[in-house]
Write a new protein. Structure first.
Ligand SMILES: Nc1ncnc2c1ncn2[C@@H]1O[C@H](COP(=O)(O)OP(=O)(O)O)[C@@H](O)[C@H]1O
Ligand SMILES: Nc1ncnc2c1ncn2[C@@H]1O[C@H](COP(=O)(O)OP(=O)(O)O)[C@@H](O)[C@H]1O
Lengths: 144, 105, 144, 105
């Protein structure tokens, strides 16, 4: 049992739009403290904010909180954003945004795509009615 | 921390000039949407956005821009962005939105 | 049961010195979002950081986390910093720092005094062996 | 986000000049303490601190300054702080430390 645990920061935030900026500052500060470079800090900030926006948009109600969990490892940061919202079984099927058909498009559907583009590894666990967890990993090194 | 929107109509150029200062996210996107709806109701002309002091825009904000462009495209008008910060340029690139908006400078 | 609940942000942070700066940025962002003026934001930041420093210094061990709880009310912010450390029964008796006797003084003993000076209301619940909660309130208005 | 310490000894003034850039807190206070111990071992003279770019100092950092002053006072030397930001000045005032350090400017 001599394995060193990873440092973990947990943040519980109301399901309200005005608090996403608080998460953005917190995640920026954590990634900065870990020593990520400016471009990666920005990537992480943008991706985590998109996941929070989804948690708020599709979360249960305003009286609820959602969770942001930061796991700080030697060579990477893992961020898990989880909500108790309605869930969505097709979340893993989201591909590229379909911008050629601008007129047919509703405004939206970019969030998950942005998260997948900016992070090195993204896993989504979502079931109808039981909420969603978006787990995102960013590596410190160059080869990712 | 929030969003300030400055707008001005250039009669000679027949163009809206809009400066976005701060952050467009799920909290402030509604404010941007309302501004665009009013602009376009008033005059359906090109909207040129000075993004020099735009620190951040999320998918919600990009959605508002796409929505505005849709209305403008009916009259063959455009949205032009200039002085865009590198982090926002990256976002426009990866989403392919740099191909539907006009990005200058 | 129609009473509106207050918004609450909860932050769980490792007992390590490098993370106090993360709390400072988070609390600054929350106080700013609530609309506090710059001087009060600074007061809150300094006071909360002192409480975190104590939680880390006197906290149980590095593998543990301590908690920072932000309760956002209409006219005030309440911040509770709690640790599972050794506790201290004389915490409520701390008065002014004794700077006249510089040579007799150990370097320390300023933290609690600073917290009491900068916040409008401070309550400390601490029992030997069962950890400490420092609860601090700052009002938005002028008359405090 | 962290602390940078620049030091220089003025032979003519017989004074240490130290610039503190960033933040002194429980994480960086050890670094400041080591610097002061070395300075004082080398030459027990006044230490003049430029606090223009010192954004933040907590009780741990103030404790380090008090500790250094104690050693200096044995030889009747002082710590002088100048260009102190308002938020830090407030902290020095409420703790009464403005009476044991020399605050300039
Ligand atoms: N946290 C979530 N809970 C439930 N459904 C979600 C969640 N996040 C995303 N979704 C679903 O996935 C779709 C695509 O999400 P996204 O790419 O972020 O675009 P947008 O949210 O703008 O529609 C959403 O419309 C929604 O149906
Ligand atoms: N969270 C805590 N748990 C246990 N004891 C504490 C805690 N916070 C403060 N104390 C006790 O109160 C004393 C005074 O605290 P403080 O004014 O912050 O000065 P310092 O921590 O520098 O000694 C500490 O020395 C310690 O004995």
């Amino acid at each position: 049992m001599s394995k060193k645990n990873n440092d973990e920061i947990k943040l519980s935030i109301p399901n309200k739009p005005e608090y996403v900026s608080v998460v953005r500052l917190t995640v920026t500060s954590i990634a900065n403290r870990m020593g990520f470079d400016i471009e990666k800090i920005e990537d992480i900030k943008v991706a985590v904010a998109e996941a929070c926006t989804n948690a708020i948009t599709h979360g249960k109600n305003e009286e609820d909180n959602f969770l942001v969990d930061f796991i700080m490892e030697e060579d990477k940061l893992v961020v898990n954003v989880s909500d108790n919202g309605r869930g969505c079984t097709t979340l893993n099927e989201i591909k590229n945004p379909d911008l050629d058909h601008l007129n047919h498009e509703k405004e939206g559907g970019l969030g998950i795509f942005i998260i997948r583009s900016l992070m090195d590894n993204v896993q989504i666990i979502s079931n109808h009615g039981s909420g969603t967890i978006i787990s995102m990993t960013k590596y410190m090194g160059e080869d990712h | 921390m929030s969003l300030i929107i400055e707008k001005y109509y250039y009669e000679e150029k027949k163009q809206w000039s809009v400066s976005l200062i701060g952050e467009v996210d799920i909290y402030t996107a509604g404010q941007l949407k309302e501004t665009f709806i009013k602009l376009i109701e008033e005059k359906k002309e090109d909207i040129k956005i000075n993004a020099e002091e735009l620190d951040y825009i999320d998918s919600t904000g990009l959605g508002v821009l796409i929505g505005a462009l849709k209305r403008l495209k009916q009259e063959n008008k455009d949205i032009i962005l200039f002085n865009v910060k590198p982090s926002i340029k990256k976002l426009l690139n990866i989403t392919g939105l740099d191909k539907i908006f006009i990005i200058e400078g």
